[in-house]
Ligand binder design. Structure first.
Ligand code: ZN
Length: 150
């Protein structure tokens, strides 16, 4: 059984306190904003994509510990990945947080992201944890750069 202590475990607290990849990204090629009205979490995600690979990623915003830690973990996880790999990780994360509580999650597949598996017990928190990932998906299809003709 998991309790709040598990939900707010050390890794999550650490990422909330010292979020990775937090700040603006002046040379971003794409960006998207995410908002979870249920909790009030807001974030802006910026990506620099070059040759189909996420070279740089950064986020800004404010929200609860879960949303911030999830954004921090997400940016760490997708940095350096190809767009396809990042999309696959989105699917794995989504699968994890929607796995019924009485079924085990595939911790090997999600790696460090497994620390957020505990949110399954709190449906409202699933939205907090998923916000960064949905924003990533939006950013991957949003070009901030003016369209090129060539
Ligand atoms: Zn939240």
């Amino acid at each position: 059984m998991q309790d709040l202590h598990d939900l707010y475990q050390e890794v999550i607290l650490d990422h909330n306190k010292r979020p990775r990849n937090f700040g603006p990204l002046p040379d971003a090629t794409q960006s998207a904003k995410g908002h979870n009205p249920l909790c009030g979490d807001k974030l802006t995600l910026s990506l620099k994509i070059h040759d189909g690979r996420i070279e740089k990623v950064a986020f800004e915003g404010s929200g609860c510990a879960i949303s911030k830690a999830s954004a921090s973990l997400m940016t760490d996880a997708v940095k350096g990945q190809t767009i396809d790999e990042a999309a696959h990780l989105f699917d794995l994360f989504h699968q994890m947080v929607t796995t019924p509580i009485d079924q085990p999650i595939d911790e090997d597949a999600v790696g460090k992201l497994a620390v957020l598996g505990g949110v399954r017990e709190y449906p409202a928190r699933v939205k907090c944890a998923s916000l960064a990932w949905h924003t990533l998906k939006a950013a991957l299809t949003n070009t901030a750069e003016p369209a090129k003709t060539e």
